[in-house]
Design a protein around this ligand. Structure first.
Ligand code: NAD
Ligand code: MG
Length: 360
């Protein structure tokens, strides 16, 4: 059943719709609008998602010319080798430029499939069917596609827009808790950078959200999507304000690397936000009360709110970064809850103290 629909613009023109539903029953109707009957379709998914949802999606597409490519789940497979194997599947099955790919899975599937779509025959259509919270509220919107290269994350990629994003909110029911918390890192970030009321709503409605109440989940996904949509529409190629989406990410990435990617991305973003609060408090933009509230909110959603870090390793990972050498890192801070801004004056000392503030 349809729950909601958003239209995403790109360069001031309508580009694609995001459909929120509580099942896959509207998928065919949506795809028919893309002339799907005349196309070959390749569903790209991973080894965790395919056993859960591939049959349900295929059932909706009965009678159409459907192919499937499944790869091993996990970030470690987000590389050019997987891209190359998908090209092989497409070439073997004689996909041409009018055919279409469906990305069924989380951000890894979406990023890889989007990159294949951007590059195969110089670009074919693709649709995102995001199945993690993170992909529903974040990675499926905004047109960033790509893969990791050697140990560099998202090093190779393209801006390439999907033709449709189809969200079945009930796919969240099977998501491991750790992945849900990871997505909540980005959700909480959306409230913090853009919408104070939403931020407090996340606290007031935490019981429903954690219990998987479909209405509460659908509302949360919709509001987060609206925030991400608005930010990327105003700055599609990340030349300016889109950087506010990096709130919590500069220090979050440092933590992620220091922990050798054992902690989830959203968990590290959460810690990065908490650390960034330390800088905001010193600049009189937030209060200790704000920090206590964030810590509490994160604990409600099962985040660890303090950590141990080898500061030397963090120093290596972050401060030797090229962006840092230029001495003008775009650090995102808050001027009160719900209002983000870019600050180029945050020093290495500020950042180290902020990281220390979240250590046990
Ligand atoms: P993911 O795709 O690896 O999914 C996490 C895990 O959950 C995987 O094991 C997956 O198989 C499993 N899974 C997915 N859906 C499930 C479901 N409904 N039920 C049970 N298990 C399920 O990771 P993610 O967190 O969705 O995305 C992270 C990736 O997204 C990273 O590679 C990151 O770089 C990328 N990303 C991209 C953008 C962008 O703008 N393109 C933005 C943010 C993140
Ligand atoms: Mg992120």
């Amino acid at each position: 059943m349809y729950i909601d629909r958003l239209e995403v613009n790109f360069e001031n023109k309508p580009c694609y719709d995001i459909v929120i539903s509580d099942d896959f029953s509207n998928l065919r109707d949506e795809l028919v609008k893309l002339d799907i009957e005349k196309k070959k379709i390749c569903i790209v998914s991973d080894t965790n998602v395919a056993p859960l949802y591939l049959e349900a999606v295929k059932k909706e597409l009965e009678g159409l010319n459907v192919f499937v490519h499944i790869f091993d789940a996990g970030e470690r497979n987000k590389h050019l080798g997987t891209v190359s194997e998908i090209y092989d599947t497409l070439i073997y099955n004689k996909f041409d430029r009018k055919d279409i790919l469906l990305a069924l899975g989380g951000g890894v599937v979406g990023d890889i499939c989007g990159f294949v779509a951007a590059t195969y025959l110089r670009g074919i259509d693709f649709v995102q069917i995001p199945t993690t919270l993170l992909s529903q509220v974040d990675s499926s919107i905004g047109g960033k596609t790509g893969v990791d290269f050697k140990h560099y994350k998202n090093m190779v990629g393209a801006f390439y827009m999907p033709k449709l994003v189809y969200v079945n909110i009930n796919t969240l029911n099977t998501l491991p808790k750790i992945e849900f918390t990871s997505g909540m890192g980005e959700v909480i970030k959306h409230g913090l950078i853009f919408d104070k009321d939403y931020y407090y709503w996340l606290f007031d409605n935490s019981e429903k959200i954690l219990a998987g109440d479909p209405k509460a989940l659908a509302h949360m996904v919709l509001v987060s999507q609206k925030i991400k949509k608005q930010v990327v529409e105003n700055d599609p190629y990340e030349k300016g304000q889109r950087a506010i989406l990096n709130f919590g990410h500069t220090l979050g990435h440092a933590i992620e690397r220091e922990k050798e990617f054992v902690l989830s991305h959203g968990q590290c973003v959460g810690l990065g936000m908490l650390a960034a609060f330390d800088i905001c408090i010193k600049k009189n933009k937030l209060t200790e009360g704000d920090r206590d509230f964030l810590k509490n909110l994160m604990e409600v959603y099962s985040f660890d709110t303090d950590t141990n870090m080898d500061m030397e390793k963090v120093f290596e990972a972050t401060f030797n970064d090229k962006k840092m050498e230029a001495g003008k890192i775009k650090f995102i801070l808050l001027d009160g809850i719900g209002r983000a801004f870019i600050d180029r004056e945050v020093s290495k000392i500020d950042m180290l103290e902020a990281l220390n503030s979240i250590c046990k």
